[in-house]
Design a protein around this ligand. Structure first.
Ligand SMILES: Nc1nc2c(ncn2[C@@H]2O[C@H](COP(=O)(O)OP(=O)(O)O)[C@@H](O)[C@H]2O)c(=O)[nH]1
Ligand SMILES: [Mg+2]
Length: 339
């Protein structure tokens, strides 16, 4: 419902949940994983919170809730057994080289003379069923290639259901490339940030991506690529520095690896990260759960007391939120405020 203002989407109720779009998924997930069940409960709670608070919350926050509910619905409906892992980073950091080494293909052009028209490249292990997901992500049909999990598995390759993306440079001068990166960063199940020894401290990647994504520590891996260009002492110092910068971003739990597609350093470890993300079948749930964490943190201020321009909740409304759903939504401070 993209043309309906967010407030109106949550408005037509009188305290009862008129819309419960995740009800069907909750039923189907009854025997599913605990984490998926909890995610569905939290999405339901978020929807209920928006219904109860639609006339108090600022339109931008209601729109953010509506967007997340729409996206979660679409992602959970599109090939849940596929896992999207994206290689992101700046120009020359080594995204395409890592993509080639992980796929065993030489499809992504590397180096300075690569074609600038290729916005994004996808390799899908077991393509069947992946098309709606690739459509959702926005990978052009000509930039998709299939691999077969069964054959690859015999060669110690990737699990079925993996979709690996080679993204355009996030610092590209071409705005359509930057927009494509932002679109994928918003929805990929796991992000591999490819940094290099020259540019790992650049403010751009930290300000625009890593700090805003600080809740997504379990959905991200940072690699310090071009590691073969550093001696052991410099590499150790560089890794320490990268970890300190991530801690300053609030993302201390993110895994950091040193890699080089030239020498093979760290490639087996990176492969294990990708295999674990795809093999768990839970990467999309982990990612969406972090999205809910980030949004509920943003909403917390409206539930903790008096916010200028926002009417306080009545005791009845707060009780309804606390009793029914807010624990599940993670808006934990409501309980304290209502007590
Ligand atoms: N020595 C060394 N060269 C690398 C490494 N990774 C990539 N390169 C080279 O760096 C250049 C840029 O790599 P590319 O994969 O195209 O980077 P992208 O722009 O992030 O896709 C190419 O010439 C690669 O061969 C690495 O770890 N070590
Ligand atoms: Mg490239």
């Amino acid at each position: 419902m993209p043309d309906v203002p967010a407030a109106d989407r949550f408005a037509d109720t009188s305290g009862r949940a008129a819309v419960d779009r995740f009800a069907g998924r909750r039923v189907r997930h009854e025997d599913g994983s605990e984490e998926a069940g909890r995610l569905l409960a939290r999405l339901t709670a978020l929807e209920r919170t928006a219904e109860l608070a639609h006339d108090r919350l600022p339109p931008a926050d209601l729109a953010a809730i509506a967007d997340l509910l729409d996206h979660a619905d679409a992602r959970l409906g599109a090939a849940t057994w596929h896992t999207v892992v994206a290689l992101a980073g700046s120009t020359g950091s080594g995204k395409s080289s890592l993509f080639n080494v992980l796929t065993g293909l030489r499809l992504a052009e590397t180096g300075a003379r690569r074609p600038t028209t290729r916005a994004m490249f996808a390799c899908a292990w077991d393509f069947e069923g992946a098309a709606p997901l690739l459509d959702l992500i926005g990978v052009e049909a000509g930039n998709r290639v299939a691999r077969h999990g069964a054959l690859d598995a015999r060669r110690g390759g990737m699990p079925a259901g993996l979709v690996l993306l080679d993204l355009p440079d996030h610092d590209s001068l071409d705005v359509s490339h930057r927009n494509a990166v932002d679109g994928v960063v918003a929805v990929a199940d796991h992000l591999v940030w490819v940094l290099d020894p020259q540019k790992y401290a650049d403010a751009l990647v930290h300000d625009r991506y890593l700090r805003p994504l600080r809740h997504h520590g379990r959905s991200m891996t940072v690699v310090l690529n071009h590691a073969d260009r550093l001696g052991p002492a410099d590499l150790a110092a560089c890794l320490t520095d990268v970890r300190a910068l991530l801690a300053a971003d609030g993302a201390a739990e993110v895994r950091v690896l040193a890699t080089s597609p030239e020498t093979g350093l760290g490639i087996a470890e990176l492969r294990r990260v990708v295999v674990a993300a795809a093999g768990s079948g839970e990467a999309s749930v982990v990612r969406l759960s972090a999205d809910v964490d980030a949004l509920t943190e943003r909403l917390d201020e409206y539930f903790t007391g008096v916010v200028p321009g926002v009417d306080a909740f009545t005791a009845r409304e707060r009780d309804a939120l606390v009793d029914d759903l807010c624990d599940a939504a993670g808006v934990g401070v409501v309980a304290a405020a209502a007590g």
